[in-house]
Design a protein around this ligand. Structure first.
Ligand code: ADP
Ligand code: ZN
Length: 364
């Protein structure tokens, strides 16, 4: 029997459990039943994930005593829109979902974000359950309660904090996930190591083979550890007043890198490059040993993540992109910089020239 790991997320009356374990999707009824028995569920999934997993999860919901309806939307960030959210809500009305019903998200971050947002606003808020199917969603977007959709003007510009009642994670879903998507999730895993868990970072360094071979038991362990870490941060700072900002390590640089690449670079790739830039900035400011920055870079390279910008990238443009980032405080860029593996600091007041120079040092 594979190990089942339960991670409580302590948020007072909004507390919930994350349950992770290999094969859990085939045994989900017992976990789902307390929440869905006798209630209707809208099972939201996308056009890639639905054909592979929706039937199995539908069976589990039925076995748990729910009447469930599957709604599938076309895969892709371009469908993370208010229009999709509207269709979900209309479908829910059509099938008689009421205030006691639930939305169950089966998919990656896109699916989880819009499912949570639809749940937050349908009939002024109904319960929802997350079943993440990407590594990124498992270690990042499914913990913390951030939900939302994109506007034509930009990503995630609308949304709500809405916590799930339960998160179920089965690493077996990674067997069908393209390896590029796995690598992107690994960028966030490395991030957790750098910001708050040196032993996790060392464990990743020592298990490159398992990472690249997608050893499911190993992934189950690191997913659980990352969720535990994120849960700790979120419990301390649910609405991003302070500590939660450390989760943005590499992200202010990374978002700008993604933007300037016209999103030809994926989020995880942007974050990998962004973490290198943040480390470079810290080295130049005398806050970090060069050897530590090199250690971070080596790990990222071994899991085949990019560490530098493609030829032709313009550091000034990336800096301009960073200034547009919505996490800017009072006109000053707040950046998370590493001090050692396992420890970061939130710092503002860097000279633009220093930031641009750090970006330039990460150009090919
Ligand atoms: P994220 O924001 O978590 O990276 P997305 O929702 O954008 O995730 O998903 C990335 C892509 O992978 C989408 O095309 C999605 O349909 C697909 N996908 C998600 N989970 C799986 C899976 N387990 N197997 C195969 N494809 C998947
Ligand atoms: Zn991220």
């Amino acid at each position: 029997m594979n190990k089942i790991i339960k991670i409580p997320v302590g948020l007072g009356e909004r507390s919930y459990d994350i349950i992770a374990g290999q094969g859990i999707l085939g045994n989900a009824a017992e976990y789902l039943s307390p929440f869905v028995k006798g209630r209707k569920c809208l099972l939201l999934t996308d056009s890639n994930v639905g054909p592979i997993y929706a039937k199995k999860v539908h069976q589990m919901l039925t076995a748990a005593g729910s009447e469930a309806f599957i709604f599938s939307f076309p895969a892709g960030e371009e469908h993370k829109t208010l229009k999709t959210v509207g269709s979900i809500c209309s479908y829910a009305v059509k099938h008689g979902l009421d205030r006691s019903s639930l939305i169950v998200a089966l998919g990656g971050g896109v699916c989880g974000d819009i499912a949570g947002f639809a749940a937050a606003i349908y009939m002024r808020g109904i319960n929802f359950i997350q079943i993440p199917t990407t590594l990124l969603a498992a270690v990042d977007s499914s913990v913390g309660g951030k939900t939302g959709a994109d506007l034509p003007e930009g990503k995630n510009l609308i949304g709500a904090f809405w916590q799930p009642k339960l998160v179920l994670m089965d690493p077996e879903v990674l067997t069908t996930l393209p390896f590029k998507e796995i690598r992107c999730g690994l960028a966030e895993v490395v991030k957790y190591g750098v910001i708050m868990d040196a032993p996790l970072f060392a464990k990743l360094e020592q298990n490159i083979d398992k990472l690249n071979a997608v050893d499911l038991q190993f992934y189950a362990e690191i997913i659980a550890r990352c969720c535990e870490l994120k849960a700790k941060v979120v419990a301390a700072d649910e609405r991003e007043g302070g500590l939660r900002a450390i989760l943005n390590y590499g992200h202010t640089f990374g978002h700008a890198v993604e933007l300037v690449s016209n999103f030809t670079l994926a989020h995880g790739e942007g974050v990998a490059i962004g973490m290198n830039m943040a480390a470079e900035l810290a080295v130049q400011a005398g806050l970090l040993d060069l050897a530590v920055a090199v250690r971070q870079r080596k790990l990222l390279e071994k899991i085949v993540l990019p560490c530098t910008l493609p030829p032709g990238a313009d550091p000034e443009k990336i800096y301009a992109g960073m200034l547009k980032d919505k996490k800017k405080v009072g006109g000053n860029l707040n950046l998370i910089v590493p001090l050692e593996i396992g420890k970061v600091e939130i710092k503002s007041g860097f000279e633009p020239a220093a930031i641009i120079n750090a970006i330039r040092c990460c150009c090919e």
